[in-house]
Ligand binder design. Structure first.
Ligand code: FAD
Length: 433
């Protein structure tokens, strides 16, 4: 079984609302025979596209190999939320890496948000970028924690774009009876994820990147010159960038031991018309405080795009059922609403929920494990790898210094152990503890 093919058709985007509203791009040919490049990038999501773009802009000859189409993976399917900070909160980072490095990681995360906004503006990417993510809490205790965290960001990190919301303030934005307060971060943003990925791909084409789509990399022969063996040919390159995230499989065992694929799901309702105001009165995105987070926003035509539910195996479950359950908990009046599109995607997590950036030997770099926070972080990690190939590795090294433990059980047994752990946390969500 391979997550690259378990739930999808070769070379086709899933039947998502994003694919239905995408700005189409012609597919590139498969690799046929032998090719050469300065840098071979494997994977055409935000990580790979950003790495390829920044390398090509620096004058490198870049080959990007993608098993399906650019934007096929999590980058074309996600909730579109461009969040602030790293995935782990700053106070957690302070304990993990110390105050000084936590500050550096905050600045790198701010750089990631700015990078996405700048790329969209520079390359005129039409992807409905809009400001604002609200964080919604289920209890007064969680709200107090959130408010203390907002204050921490304001005072220690000088971040003034976030403000606390009491229950009334949150309800004027999102009237769900389940939420008891939270925060609103206007420095964060949301976007159409697939159009963002396709826009990056177009920018790569303009910068001279050679794409090989529908081309699967099977293995890598290391050396001063690397050989990247694909199903339909070989690429010889001086550098390799692995940008496969949740779809990596066994391509690199060291990464596979530290980065774990999990599946997450989204549904798009039929347009809600005037009822959309019962979901959101403001065009911001929402993420809530559940361990298996619920996240949602409205589309331009007033559909609810609701993400929730996870699975840990190769095959996706019944997505309608998986998403409808948490959605009906937040919006009971939508229990029987019609879904026009449901889809899933595979992302990758690490034990500490921080990305895993690593170097293998002198000429292989990898970045993955963004733990549901990749819109900004993956784009940024791609740029950091491009900088590192060019000899400017300072920021890459700060990220690579974050300690990332292997999952217990290694690639073979991590799934049953993770399923056990996640089931425990999902049960805590249900019990509200
Ligand atoms: C449902 C869902 C909701 C999410 N919501 C959010 C959100 O709101 N905000 C946020 O910040 N993050 C979110 N994420 C996470 C985010 O989408 C990812 O972190 C990010 O897209 C990772 O980008 P990537 O380029 O590393 O990986 P991907 O976009 O998955 O790209 C990896 C690519 O590598 C290719 N590939 C893999 N192996 C091979 C091989 N052997 N040969 C050739 N090609 C290969 C795959 O085909 C794939 O296209 C979500 C993810 C999912 C699934």
């Amino acid at each position: 079984m391979n997550l690259l093919y378990s739930n999808d058709t070769q070379g086709a985007f899933p039947d998502s609302w994003y694919a239905a509203t995408a700005h189409p791009r012609e597919p590139h040919a498969q690799l046929r025979g032998d090719a050469e490049a300065d840098v071979c990038v494997v994977g055409g999501g935000y990580t790979g596209l950003s790495a390829a773009l920044h390398l090509a802009e620096r004058g490198y000859k870049v080959a990007l190999v993608e098993a399906h189409r650019a934007g096929f993976g999590a980058s074309g399917r996600n909730g579109g939320q461009l969040g602030s900070g790293q995935r782990a909160e700053q106070d957690t980072l302070e304990k993990l890496v110390g105050d000084a490095d936590a500050m550096k990681l905050w600045h790198l995360a701010e750089e990631a948000k700015t990078l996405v906004k700048d790329l969209i503006s520079k390359h005129k990417i039409d992807c409905a970028l809009k400001p604002g993510i609200a964080h919604a809490c289920f209890s007064a205790r969680e709200m107090q924690h959130e408010h203390a965290y907002v204050e921490h960001l304001q005072t220690r990190y000088n971040y003034d774009q976030i403000k606390p919301l009491d229950a009334n303030e949150l309800h004027t934005i999102c009237p769900s009876p389940r939420y008891k307060g939270g925060s609103l971060d206007m420095g964060a943003a949301h976007l159409h994820p697939l159009n963002y990925a396709l826009g990056l791909a177009k920018a790569c084409e303009a910068a001279g990147v050679t794409f090989y789509e529908n081309t699967h990399v099977h293995n890598i022969v290391e050396g001063d010159t690397l050989t990247i063996r694909c199903d339909t040919g070989r690429i010889r390159a001086r550098h390799l960038i692995l940008a496969c995230n949740g779809y990596l499989g066994g391509l690199n065992r060291r990464v596979a031991g530290r980065v774990m694929p999990i599946n997450n799901f989204i549904a798009a309702t039929e347009p809600l018309g005037d009822d959309a105001a019962k979901v959101l009165s403001k065009d911001v995105a929402v993420a809530d405080s559940k361990f298996v987070v619920n996240y949602f926003r409205l589309s331009a035509d007033k559909r609810l795009l609701f993400g929730g539910g996870e699975s840990y195996g190769y095959k996706f479950p019944d997505i309608d059922k998986t998403v409808r359950k948490p959605m009906a908990e937040i919006f009971p009046h939508l229990q029987d609403v019609k879904f026009t599109h449901t889809w899933g995607g595979t992302l990758a997590i690490t034990i500490n929920r921080l990305p895993y950036l690593a170097r293998f030997g002198p000429n292989i770099l990898s970045a993955s494990g963004y733990s549901g926070h990749g819109v900004g972080t993956a784009t940024h990690a791609g740029k950091l790898m491009a900088d590192a190939v060019a000899g400017q590795a300072e920021s890459f090294d700060i990220m690579a210094k974050i300690p990332t433990s292997p999952f217990p059980g290694g690639p073979a047994f991590r799934t049953p152990l993770l399923t056990l752990a996640m089931t425990w946390y999902a049960m805590r969500d249900r019990l509200g503890i």
